[in-house]
Write a protein that binds this ligand. Sequence first.
Ligand code: ADP
Ligand code: MG
Length: 568
Amino acid sequence: VATKETLGFQAEVKQLLQLMIHSLYSNKEIFLRELISNASDAADKLRFEGIAHPDWYGDDPELKIKVEFDKASKTVTISDNGIGMSREEVINNLGTIARSGTKEFFAKLSGDQQKDAALIGQFGVGFYSGFIVADRITVETRRAGLPPSDGVRWESDGSGVFTIETIDRPQRGTSITLHLREGEDDFLNSYKLKSIIRKYSDHISLPIQMRKEEWDEDKKEQVIRDEFEGINQSSALWARNKTEITEDQYNEFYKHLSHDYENPLCYSLNRVEGRSEFTQLLYVPARAPFDLWDRNKRGGINLYVKRIFIMDDAEKLMPMYLRFVTGVIDSADLPLNVSREILQESRDIKVIRESSTKRVLSMLEELASSEDEGKKEKYRTFWTQFGQVLKEGVGEDQANQERIFKLLRFASTHTDSSEQTVSLAEYVSRMKEGQDKIYYVTGESFNAAKNSPHLEIFRKKGVEVLLLSDRVDEWMLSFITEFDGKQLASIAKGDLDLGSLSDEKEKKEHEETEKQFKDLVDRMKKVLENKAKDVRVTFRLTDSPACLIADENELSGNLLRMLKAAGQ
Ligand code: ADP
Ligand code: MG
C-alpha cells in the first residue's frame, strides 16, 4: 500500500515554530543539544522496556548516538539505536505538543519577543528547535520490537504540514536529518560540531560518536574515515568522581533534566551507603517554572536503578513542598521492575525521601546563612521564586519544622518593604527589652497589612511587627506556635497585652480612661448587640478612631475572607 499522507501540525506547533526560529536564532547551536537529549531519552526508554524484551536488542546491543554531516548535500544527521517510534507515535510526538502545561504556556506568551524567548527556553525547545537551522527535516525511525517493514519516514519544512510514509528500515531507532538553511554551512565542520557536543552534551551517559577525521599526507588535507570515535566522556555524570565534574557539566546536565535554560541556583551530589545504597544529585532551580502551581507538572526527580532509567517525575522521592527540586536518584536496592504503586509503600523510598529532604534543606541553609554576598543574593532569589512553596513545608513536614522555620523570610515593619527578607531569628535579635512575643499582622495584600490600624501602637513604641500577606500565611501560622521560646501573636487578636512594654504610669492612665468612657461603651454595646461580641476601649490605636479585632481563639478576619472566597 502506498501510505504517504500529508498532515497538519497542531496550531500550537506552528506558533511555537515561528517564535522559536526568531527568538532563539542568536543561540541556534542548541538544536544539537536538544536532538542529542532526545536520542539519549530514547536509549533510556529502550534500556527500560528492554528489561522485559531482551530480544529487542537483536545484534545491536550497544546503545549509542552518531552525529554525521555531509558537505555535498548540506545535511547534519543525528542517529540513535534507541526505542524508535511507530507511525502513530511519530504523528503524536512530532505533530503536536502533548506536554502538560502547554495551555498555560501559550496563555503566557505576550508577543514581546524577548520575554517570549525566555519563556520558550523554560518550556523546553525540543525537537522543533531543528528548524532554527534547517529548512527541512527528515526523520526515519523504527520502533524496537517492530519488523523492518514498519519503518516510518516523516518530513516537514516547518511551515504547517508534514508528510508521513511507511518505509523499510533494517535498523531500529531514529535518525534525524537536518537540511541546513542557506548560510548555516558552519555546522558542516567536525571541529565545530565536536565543540558543541562537548559544551552541551558531555554529561550524556552513552557514547556520542563522529567519524574520525585525519590528516592525509598524500592528499595534504583532512579526510574523513569510515570509523567512528567517541566525543564525550559517556558515563553517567552522577556516577563520576566528584572531583572530575566541572561546574559547566553540572549545569548542562541540569538543563538536560529540567528543560530550563538558566543555570541552577545550587546543586548537591552525594553517595549514600549503609542500609540503603543510593546516589542523589539534586538541583534547586533559579526560577519557578510557569507550571509550579500545576500539581501534575513534569520535572522533579528522575529515578534510576543501577544506571537504568526507570521513571521521571517520581513524586514519591520528594515531599510536595520541595517539588521545585530537580535531579536524579540512582538506587542500588530497588528492583528494576519497580512501579509507581510499589514506590508508594517501599521502605527504601522512604529512606531516600528523608535523606533527600535533608540534603535540600542543608543546601538552602548554606545559602541562607552565608556571609558571601553571592550566596545571600541566591537565597533572596530562591525565596522570591519558591518561598511560598517552602512555607507549605511548615505544615507538611513536622519532622523538619524547626529547620524550615529558620529558612522562612518575612516582610516586616523594620524595613517596611514588600520584599520578604526578615528571618525569625533576626526578628528575635531586635526584640525590645521586656518584649516576649513575636508580633505579626496578616492582610489581603502587603499594603493592607502595612496600613493596618492595629499597627499604630507598635509603630509608636518601635516594636517590630511581621507583615504577612501571602495566601498560605494564615494556614502556615496555624502550625507555628513559637520560635526560640517566643510565642507568635497576632496583633489583631484578643487582648493586646504588651506585657512589660507598658509601664505603670501608662497602666494607671488606661484605667482612668476606661472609667471615663464606660457610659459610651455600654451604649455602644447595646446598639451593636447582635453585631459585635464586645466593645472595648483600646489603646492600640493612635490615629484611627476604632478597629475590629478577632477573639483569641477565633479565625482572623483575613482567614474568614479567604474561606468565604473559597465558598466555605
Ligand atoms: P521532549 O523531549 O521534551 O518530550 P521533544 O520536542 O524534544 O520534547 O520531543 C518530543 C517527543 O518526540 C519526545 O517526547 C519523544 O517521544 C519523541 N522523540 C523525539 N526524538 C526522539 C528519538 N530520537 N527517538 C524516539 N523518540 C523521539
Ligand atoms: Mg527533548
